[in-house]
Design a protein around this ligand. Structure first.
Ligand SMILES: [Zn+2]
Length: 780
């Protein structure tokens, strides 16, 4: 800098540096595959409409930069953002297509948006991949090979199988570098899912998806790389991100100067696929990480903005019904299939699942739009369901119940419509505080808490001695850094049990239902809980209405359960995960808040209990001391938060929650109750019943979706999975004459042909947690 004189000859300084800058990197230097990128949050601290503009600006920048720097390779994810640009900036889109042809612009990710994978349901993840990949195939003729999720708040153990079944081979994120407790031990590894599928995975050791390609970043990447000595390369996504922008001339110049420089890692600008091919080739026997990729941070995003989460669950449930009954009506020849309508609603649902919308980490405007989008999807889907069920069964004088769940109930077979059979049991309230039916007896104390829950079938008390169940607990919830994102562990140090209710009242006392309502006043808020026991019911249902006016508080519902459980089971997409109830290691201790979908199950040999819900995700389950010796299990549901940033309204207002406790539940019972609780029977006055389109003989194999094939050929697509974690054989019988049956990938492309047996029947063999997609062609 002493010689760098702009008035005299600035090149004199360069002369001195020439030798230094031309000394090549060491033969063994780490290689950084630099991939241009612009992480564009599809909504976050700005609304969706601003994201559309961010896409236009960013992709115009990339087109201009590519003209100046032919070596630029830019990885562009999220089909949704390509779609927006196509609709809104056709000239920019044409330049993007030209860049794709030159290999400068590389579509990655294969998903519709970079979705959340904690809360997003199984079939939704399938459609994220199917719609995303198909967009790139149809528009660009490109089959993406990777799943690209640098910024989500943890990764479901169901995902490796889905990635492989979508026809992709690689997975990329780096978010686990944000862990607050444990450093993740690998950067290049095989990630193994619950079914045993393994996908080759890379976490860029540069620890950011917005790199600037500075010397400091590259030095950090090389020294941080955990597989040093086994592998020699890592990826660095570079370019301004979060709000978009992408790579700059300065970054491209740095990449040129650092390409082969003594003392620094080598830099090569190349595509993610080239990186993955090379990384795999040099380290095919990389270590294996089995199970979920739990992010030790942002645990509050399993609960924040609960209305969006409930709306998304409702959309997923209604979509299942809409597709099922529309397919049944199509195959019965009574109605056309609403392909366009359903695809449009799917796109709306998939957008809400973006990794800052569904987790509840966005501004108020985004939250309001997401809630409105879910409501609009629900009303469109209700209309489609109404049309399809009327087409299928007509209007008439028979009370017909439509059972969209994968298990039969009340005499109505799975996936069919028929006349329900009423239970001969009765449910009653005794002594103002005792709810009872033939299977369950529940006793409340004067606080409205459950002091006894007897499983009369197993003759067993579920509540541990001296403990109280279904207690609403209020915690301060003031995380140190990220309000909507985080629940910090010290929240547990302070809690208030809601007690001394303003009222306890018997709402109904048989014969069909026993119900007691308890109302609590606290702070500026009120909570009203209705405990319901139906005649013949296997579960105690709890409905909670909260008029919430708290700030920085967390509301939980607590269930001590008298089982000695070493593990808790939580439903995730297409199966479940097990997590220890103890905290022996720092890894277990850091999982003090985790996700479950429709159920958590805890048990000991011979006896278990499930808690099911229709829109709650945050849970904690741990061992707890038991009066009289031994230990019991404490399961808690996170119901409601009130973070003050980025949406300052703290979720104030009215909310409604439903959960149920199922005593004596096996894991199979938990799966069944989870579906039933989310898919209540839909009863209408109809003309006729309807057979199930497909009937499976083994209850362990669960049907997740029935739909018409996306190619509009009239084929029926059935997606099922093994739900218990063991191998399963099942027959599948169709109600229609079956001409051909094939196993397909998630894009409904053939993988294998199946042998059709007499009687329109197939025999299926499933691995533990295997997801199987079948394309069934009816005789025309
Ligand atoms: Zn993001």
């Amino acid at each position: 800098m002493d010689l760098y004189d702009l008035d005299e000859d600035p090149t004199a300084a360069g002369e001195i540096l020439r030798d230094v800058m031309s000394a090549p990197a060491a033969r063994t230097a780490h290689t950084v595959s630099a991939v241009g990128h612009a992480h564009i949050d599809s909504a976050w601290l700005w609304p969706i409409r601003e994201t559309v503009r961010k896409c236009g600006r960013t992709f115009a920048n990339v087109a201009a930069l590519g003209e100046q720097y032919p070596e630029l390779v830019f990885a562009c994810s999220q089909a949704q953002q390509w779609w927006w640009t196509k609709q809104n900036y056709p000239a920019v889109y044409e330049r993007m297509k030209a860049q794709v042809a030159k290999g400068q612009l590389v579509p990655v990710g294969g998903m519709w948006v970079e979705s959340d994978t904690n809360v997003t349901g199984g079939e939704s993840l399938v459609r994220q991949l199917a719609l995303g990949k198909r967009f790139f195939l149809d528009e660009l003729g490109v089959e993406t090979e990777d799943v690209w999720l640098p910024d989500c708040f943890g990764y479901s153990a169901a995902f490796p199988q889905l990635i492989l079944l979508s026809g992709s081979r690689w997975f990329l994120t780096q978010k686990l570098s944000w862990n607050d407790t444990n450093k993740f031990p690998h950067h290049t590894f095989w990630w193994e899912g619950i079914d045993g599928s393994r996908v080759f995975t890379h976490f860029p050791p540069v620890d950011t998806y917005n790199a600037r390609l500075t010397s400091a970043e590259l030095a950090h990447a090389a020294s941080n790389y955990a597989e040093m000595g086994f592998g020699s390369r890592s990826m660095a996504p570079f370019g301004y991100g979060d709000g978009g922008g992408g790579p700059t001339r300065e970054m491209m110049e740095r990449a040129r100067r650092l390409a082969d420089l003594d003392g620094s890692p080598k830099v090569v600008v190349e595509s993610p696929s080239k990186f993955f091919e090379a990384a795999h080739a040099e380290y095919a026997n990389a270590p294996v990480w089995s199970g979920e990729l739990y992010l030790e941070l942002h645990r509050g995003t399993l609960t924040s903005q609960v209305e969006i989460k409930q709306g998304n669950r409702r959309s997923e449930n209604l979509m299942r019904e809409a597709e099922l009954w529309s397919t049944a009506a199509l195959i019965a020849g009574r109605s056309a299939y609403p392909y366009d309508e359903l695809e449009e609603i799917w796109r709306d649902i998939l957008l809400v699942q973006f990794h800052d919308i569904l987790p509840g980490s966005s501004i108020a405007m985004v939250n309001d739009e997401a809630i409105a989008s879910c409501a609009a999807s629900a009303s469109k889907l209700e209309e489609i369901i109404e049309r399809a069920t009327v087409a299928l069964c007509g209007r008439g004088s028979l009370p017909i119940s439509f059972n969209a769940a994968p298990h039969g109930r009340d005499g109505v077979a799975a996936l069919s419509a028929g006349a329900p059979v009423a239970s001969s049991d009765v449910a009653r309230v005794h002594d103002e505080r005792v709810l009872e039916n033939g299977r369950i007896r529940v006793e409340l104390d004067s606080n409205g808490h459950i002091v006894s829950l007897i499983d009369r079938v197993a003759d067993r008390e579920v509540i541990p001695p001296g403990a109280r169940g279904n207690v609403l607990q209020l915690h301060p919830d003031i995380p140190n850094k990220w309000p909507a994102w985080d629940i910090d562990p010290f929240y547990r140090n302070t809690k208030t049990d809601l007690s001394s209710p303003a009222s306890i009242a018997v709402i109904s006392s048989g014969p069909g239902e026993a119900a007691i309502r308890v109302e609590y006043l606290f702070g500026e808020s009120r909570a009203r809980q209705t405990l319901r026991l139906a005649a013949g019911g296997e579960a105690l249902v709890v409905e909670t209405e909260v008029d919430w006016h708290e700030h920085e508080r967390l509301l939980k519902a607590s269930f001590p359960i008298d089982v000695h459980a070493d593990q808790s089971l939580s439903e995730i997409q297409f199966g479940h995960v097990q997590r220890p109830t103890h905290t022996n290691t720092s890894w277990e201790n850091a999982r003090f808040e985790f996700v479950a979908h429709r159920f958590v199950h805890v048990g000991e040999p011979g006896y278990g209990v499930a808690i099911v819900n229709d829109g709650i995700y945050g849970h904690d389950v741990g061992a707890t001391p038991r009066a009289g010796g031994g230990r019991a299990t404490l399961a808690r549901l996170s119901i409601l938060r009130s973070a003050n940033f980025p949406d300052p309204r703290g979720e104030n207002g009215r909310h409604r929650f439903r959960y149920a406790i199922v005593p004596g539940a096996t894991v199979a019972d938990a799966v069944r109750h989870g579906y039933h609780f989310n898919l209540p029977l839909r009863t209408a006055m109809a003309e006729r019943a309807a057979e199930p389109l497909v009937a499976l003989s083994n209850q362990a194999v669960v049907v997740e979706a029935v739909k018409a094939a996306d190619d509009r050929s009239g084929d029926v697509v059935v997606r099922c999975y093994e739900s218990l974690g063991g191998k399963a054989t099942t027959t599948l019988k169709t109600s229609f004459p079956l001409r051909r049956a094939v196993v397909t990938d998630l894009l409904e492309r053939q993988l294998a042909e199946l042998q059709i047996e007499p009687g329109n029947q197939l025999t299926l063999y499933l691995r533990p947690f295997q997801v199987l997609t079948l394309r069934l062609s009816p005789e025309k």
